[in-house]
Design a protein around this ligand. Structure first.
Ligand SMILES: [Zn+2]
Length: 124
């Protein structure tokens, strides 16, 4: 089950507003790590909308999983979204982060985060 979903659309809009208003350098938000761009290319899922900065249609969502719920573990792993169920079976509870990345200009931003739990702990 999914739990504790956080939506980062408001933060995303605020960043874009600042960039468009010239309050923030566009290069600061087009600095996706090469690993993120690579993950977006190979295992990212297509996003219906275009990049908000360059209008490139190659906008992708990349799913990261962290085994430690508190994110103390070193680094998450980018995984295909379709594999989440099997990741949960194999590793147990996961923290999941969805990141948007543009393959054209390297814009990137966090989209959502949530916990994927093997069972409903609140019920136990
Ligand atoms: Zn772009």
């Amino acid at each position: 089950m999914r739990k504790g979903r956080i939506d980062y659309r408001m933060q995303r809009r605020a960043v874009l507003r600042d960039v468009l208003a010239g309050l923030r350098d566009v290069q600061d938000v087009r600095d996706a790590h090469p690993d993120l761009v690579r993950a977006g290319t190979h295992i990212g899922s297509d996003v219906r909308e275009d990049c908000p900065l360059c209008e490139d249609a190659r906008l992708r969502h990349v799913t990261y999983v962290f085994r430690d719920r508190d994110r103390r573990a070193q680094g998450g792993r980018a995984v295909p979204r379709e594999s989440l169920a099997s990741q949960l079976d194999r590793y147990g509870d996961l923290a999941v982060y969805t990141v948007e990345v543009c393959l054209g200009c390297h814009w990137h931003h966090l989209v959502e985060s949530y916990l994927l739990l093997a069972r409903d702990t609140a019920a136990g």
